[in-house]
Design a protein around this ligand. Structure first.
Ligand code: SF4
Length: 380
């Protein structure tokens, strides 16, 4: 069956509030505007009502921003509303992204009461200098206390770490990985720091106040992470993601395997009935539109079957097991090699992709440069 037209079994909710706007961040966030949280909750309730009837979902993901920044009472309202509209199905995964400093028993008690069963902790590093460079407000004592509380209330925890931070050395990164393994979360996401246009760090790089790490050092850091995590028993299952057996992110797997998903909140993107829609990124505009009874959608595009297949190709290649070519043809109606064309052949010849009669997958060399490959597979 073509998955583009199935009823969504996954939903994302964007909570844009943060205590502080970190200099490298280019997400849809709003800092020091907690006065808007109540209006946001009202707007979200209106947007959710567009579902018309409760939906069964296998995963629900609250991302941000910092969902854990909401007060216990606000969390209660948000989670209660979500449980009205979404009915858990299968082995339901309910994730909330959190900042370590927010992981106190009162908030965690509310999360557990409403069925949150996975916390994604934005730790980024265990090292004080690196955390200071990233403008994060936690340090190792808060991290360890957060982990203890999360384990006591929810159990299942994922940790995000960043490498390639200005001033970071390979030795720093190794120490971060050693500490990570010592605290042994069920799931790990690692990202090279990207300094996007529009972030404050971008301006500082242009003024030579910040220096990016060179590609060779970043490449070495990424490979060190792969090897270190593999030897500690983590399965590398997607370019940036690692899990202990049985703890892959089911919600993200829905994205990477071409499933449809609902999304709510400012800047949130949904993929339903072959159409990609993205809500307005400005929190204020989102609130104004929804409260006035208008659609929050800022961009909407019905994907042509070929474009949908190309996106599917890229997402599937991000997974370490790669693409089953027969399955891909059956699902999308397109052959991997017809879509990939000469670029695909070139990448195979360069040793970046491994091509067998059944599968196509990234090699170790391909993993390191994967972001540079994807534009070649998407129609410009
Ligand atoms: S990096 Fe995280 S905590 Fe910092 S502003 Fe962005 S979403 Fe908020």
């Amino acid at each position: 069956m073509n998955r583009r037209f199935e009823t969504p079994r996954a939903a994302y909710v964007h909570v844009p509030f943060c205590r502080h706007h970190c200099g490298y961040c280019n997400f849809t966030v709003i800092a020091r505007r907690d006065d808007l949280v109540d209006r946001y909750l009202q707007a979200l309730a209106i947007e959710l009502a567009s579902l018309a009837r409760p939906r069964e979902v296998e995963s629900l993901y609250l991302g941000g921003g910092t969902p854990s920044h909401l007060s216990p009472a606000q969390l209660c309202e948000l989670l209660g509303r979500l449980r009205e509209w979404f009915v858990p199905a299968g082995s339901f995964e309910f994730t909330l992204e959190a900042n370590p400093v927010d992981m106190l028993p009162d908030r965690l008690g509310v999360m557990r009461e409403f069925g949150i069963n996975r916390i994604s902790l934005g730790i980024q590093s265990f090292l004080p200098d690196k955390l200071a460079a990233l403008e994060r407000d936690h340090r190792q004592p808060e991290i360890l206390r957060a982990l203890e509380h999360v384990r006591g209330h929810v159990g299942n925890v994922s940790i995000d770490l960043i490498f390639g931070v200005p001033g970071e050395t390979e030795d720093c990164w190794r120490r971060d990985l050693e500490t990570l393994i010592a605290v042994r979360p069920q799931h790990v996401s690692i990202y090279g720091l990207t300094i996007e246009r529009g972030s404050r760090f971008f301006g500082r790089v242009r003024k030579n106040q910040l220096k990016r790490l060179d590609d060779e050092t970043e490449r070495a850091m990424y490979l060190t992470a792969i090897d270190t995590l593999a030897s500690a028993g983590y399965e590398h299952y997607e370019v940036s993601n690692f899990a202990l057996p049985g703890f892959r992110s089911r919600h993200n797997e829905a994205y990477w395997t071409g499933r449809t998903y609902e999304a709510f909140g400012p800047g949130a993107s949904r993929f339903v009935a072959g159409r990609r829609e993205t809500n307005h990124r400005s929190v204020v505009t989102y609130l104004r539109r929804v409260m006035a009874g208008e659609s929050p959608v800022a961009e909407s595009e019905q994907l042509e079957p070929e474009d949908a297949a190309r996106e599917r190709l890229v997402f599937a290649l991000r997974r370490i097991e790669g693409i089953d070519k027969q399955e891909f043809l059956a699902e999308t109606g397109f052959r991997v090699h017809d879509l990939g064309g000469p670029a695909l052949e070139r990448f195979v010849a360069w040793g970046l992709l491994e091509d067998t009669p059944q599968t196509l997958r990234l090699t170790r060399d391909g993993l390191v440069v994967s972001d540079a490959l994807w534009p070649e597979f998407l129609r410009q």
